[in-house]
Each structure stands twice: as structure tokens, then as C-alpha cells.
Design a protein around this ligand. Structure first.
Ligand code: 1CP
Length: 366
């Protein structure tokens, strides 16, 4: 192997894992790694009262995307934006209330026809600019992820008017008025295809679809609102010549994740912390890249339980293409030094495995 090749290997460990290699120790990044747990994020956020405008300010967004990379040296960065930029771009009223999360003027059936993809194209341009700016400052060892919310999860916010406990209104609409609901899904598919392609063209190495509310859906609805639109987005992106790996995150899908992995065309599957690890190892294709599974609450706890849990996941996924990550976003109260501990623990895994092998050997010799 020549020098350039080995340099390249080191640079590309996240992309290698995405391509199906079992890299050990695995690459690491964290969902919501740019955010309120970082003092440097809170400082810049305090200067911008409106969250949507903050996301659409490409200088500010590029800066906060890079903050966790500078502090921790993660193997991947994720563009700072939000899944609710699509409803906002399509013309729905969206705002963020301090301490209460996102609010939207709930979408009525008659409002669907007034959603405008042309408007979204105008409004969401700054996200591509953020990607260009981040790319220019990113170390060669770090990949860049672009993302969108999946149509189902975005639709739940649009219909409920914010986060909700069981997404009842959205489920009821999907059962009661399937044609109307599928029209909304199609609008979101089209907007997402345009948005993800724009991010890929701007320089994203990998794309991710967040389906944070994929839990609690009966099979026929899961297939219709999760698998079908996700598959359509991926097929359309491939037809348009987008070759970047695509991570799917159907949070809470449980055993439905197997169908999701086989039928949507995703490159990698992000798993939440509630999924049975042993089952997932057996049920999911061996060559499918897996990402995630650390409970954000154990990262918040830190200490010995964090080390033990990191080791459990590293051992469980050893020999499989794997990316270390949380099972959901980092909790805002997480002490930043716990993230340092986590990264050190992950990156010293092979060393520890080697030391324990040597200890066992010398013990046997004695
Ligand atoms: O005041 C603040 O700073 C707001 C906190 C915040 C942040 C940091 C929100 C509001 N969004 C974000 C950024 C964000 N959102 C990123 C940035 C990149 C990174 O990971 O570092 C990403 C990928 C998202 C995606 C997102 N937004 C999801 C999918 C992932 C997930 O966590 O499930 C969802 C569901 C949202 C909606 C949203 N936006 C913000 C909040 C607090 C929420 C969740 C509300 C809820 O629980 O319903």
C-alpha cells in the first residue's frame, strides 16, 4: 500500500464503514452533536432570537456545524439545520418557542394544495451554502452529512402542529383519507428529493433520512407511510445520479426495521437504543452498515456505566460494518466532558482488546 492510499484510509473511515467495511475501532459521530450541551453553541445561539433564521444563516450554521468537530474531532459532521425547514419552505407557519420545542399552524386538508415546492427551493438555498462553507473548513479526516426528515415524521409535525405523544391525528388521517394523505406524502417526497440532491451537489458525502416517529405503526401503515415514501426518495435520487450513501433512521420501528432495510434501498440503518442488539445482529443483513444504539441517558450519566455500555456495543458489533452513535439525539444537559470520555473509550477499543489478549496469554504462560 503506498503512502497516499494509507493516508486516504485514515481519512475515510466513516465512508469505509458506509461502503460496508468493518472498521475497528469504528468511526464515531453523535446525533445533535451541535447543540445546547455545548457552551460555544449557547453563546452564538443567544445572538439569534429566531431559530429558523438561525438555521438559514449560512455563516452561523456553518460555525455551529464545525464547533463539535473542533472540540472533539468526530469522524463525521452533520450540517446544522432542522427537519422543519421543509414545512417552513413549503409555506407553513413554523416557529420555535423557548423550552417548548417547535410549533406549527396545523395543516388542514385544504391547505395541502397551497404548499409550494418552488417556494421551498427559494427559501432553502442557504442550507446548500452552509454545506459549501463547512466543506471548505472541514479537516480531511471528517465527512459531511446532509439530511432531511422523512415524509411521515415531517407530516406528523405538520398535522399535529408540533411534537405529540402518539401522533393520533396523523394516523387517523392516514386511515380515513388515504388519497389525501398520500398527496401530502408525494409533496414531501418531491421536496425531499430536491433538497437532498441540492445538499449532495453542494458537497455532502452522505445523506440521512430521520424518521424519528416511526414507532407504533401497524404493518399496512408502516409500509405505506414509511417504506413507500422512503423507497421513492431513494429511487428518485439514484435516477438523478446521486451516488452518496444514504442512512435511514426509522426510530422505534423494532422488527419492521428488517423490511425497511431490505425494501427501501438505504445504505445504512441507524438503530435506536430500545432495539434488542442480539436480535438485530441476527435479523439484519450482515453486510448492512449499522449505526447507533448508545442510550443518550448513559452518556448523560457518564462514569463506569458509560464505559461498560460502550464496550458492550463495540463487542456486539465487532466484525460488522458499524458506526458508533447514540440511539437518539444528545440530551441538552449532557456534560461535554462525557463526550470526551466516550470518544476516548471508543478509540482505545482495539488497544484494550490487545492488552487483555496479552494479559490472558502471559497468565497462561505463568
Ligand atoms: O434552541 C435551540 O437551539 C433548538 C434546539 C434544536 C437544535 C440544536 C432544534 C429544535 N433543532 C436543532 C438542530 C437539529 N435538528 C439538527 C442539527 C444537526 C446536529 O445533529 O448536530 C438535526 C439533525 C435535527 C433534526 C431534527 N429536528 C429531528 C430528527 C432527529 C431527532 O432528534 O429525532 C427532529 C424530530 C427535529 C424537530 C426538532 N427541532 C428542534 C427540536 C427541539 C425538535 C424535537 C422536538 C420534539 O421532540 O418533537
Amino acid at each position: 500500500m503506498d503512502e497516499n492510499e494509507s493516508m486516504d484510509d485514515r481519512k475515510q473511515i466513516f465512508l469505509q464503514a458506509m461502503a460496508g467495511s468493518a472498521v475497528s475501532p469504528p468511526p464515531i459521530w453523535l446525533m445533535r452533536q451541535a447543540g445546547r450541551y455545548l457552551p460555544e453553541y449557547r453563546k452564538i445561539r443567544a445572538q439569534h432570537s429566531d431559530f429558523i433564521r438561525f438555521c438559514l444563516n449560512s455563516d452561523a450554521a456553518a460555525e455551529v456545524t464545525l464547533q463539535p468537530i473542533r472540540r472533539y474531532g468526530f469522524d463525521a459532521s452533520i450540517v446544522f439545520a432542522d427537519i422543519l425547514l421543509i414545512p417552513y419552505g413549503l409555506g407553513q407557519k413554523v416557529w420555535f418557542k423557548e423550552g417548548e420545542g417547535p410549533k406549527l399552524k396545523p395543516l388542514g386538508v385544504d391547505d395541502i394544495q397551497s404548499l409550494s415546492i418552488e417556494r421551498a427551493k427559494q427559501v432553502l438555498g442557504p442550507v446548500s451554502e452552509t454545506i459549501v462553507k463547512v466543506r471548505a473548513d472541514l479537516p480531511g479526516t471528517c465527512s459531511l452529512i446532509g439530511f432531511a426528515g422523512s415524509p411521515w415524521t415531517v407530516a406528523t409535525y405538520m398535522i399535529e402542529g408540533g411534537g405529540s405523544r402518539d401522533r393520533f391525528k396523523t394516523r387517523a388521517l392516514a386511515w380515513r383519507m388515504p388519497e389525501v394523505f398520500d398527496t401530502l406524502m408525494d409533496v414531501l417526497v418531491n421536496a425531499s428529493v430536491w433538497y437532498l440532491k441540492a445538499q449532495a451537489d453542494a458537497g455532502a458525502d452522505v445523506l440521512k433520512l430521520f424518521d424519528s416517529w416511526a414507532d407504533g405503526l401497524p404493518d399496512p401503515i408502516f409500509d405505506r407511510v414509511i417504506i413507500r415514501p422512503t423507497g421513492m426518495i431513494i429511487d428518485r435520487l439514484r435516477e438523478l445520479g446521486v451516488t452518496q450513501p444514504i442512512i435511514g433512521f426509522p426510530r422505534g420501528a423494532g422488527s419492521q426495521a428488517v423490511r425497511y432495510a431490505r425494501q427501501t434501498g438505504i445504505t445504512a440503518l441507524a438503530l435506536d437504543h430500545g432495539t434488542d442488539t442480539g436480535w438485530a445482529r441476527r435479523a439484519l443483513p450482515e453486510d448492512l452498515t449499522i449505526q447507533g444504539q448508545l442510550d443518550p441517558a448513559v452518556l448523560h450519566a457518564g462514569g463506569a456505566v458509560l464505559d461498560t455500555e460502550v464496550d458492550r456495543l463495540l463487542s456486539a458489533w465487532r466484525g460488522r460494518p458499524y458506526v458508533f452513535n447514540l440511539g437518539h439525539g444528545i440530551h441538552p444537559d449532557t456534560p461535554p466532558e462525557h463526550v470526551t470520555q466516550l470518544i476516548e473509550r471508543v478509540r482505545s477499543f482495539e488497544q484494550r482488546a490487545e492488552t487483555s489478549k496479552q494479559e490472558q496469554t502471559s497468565w497462561r504462560v505463568v
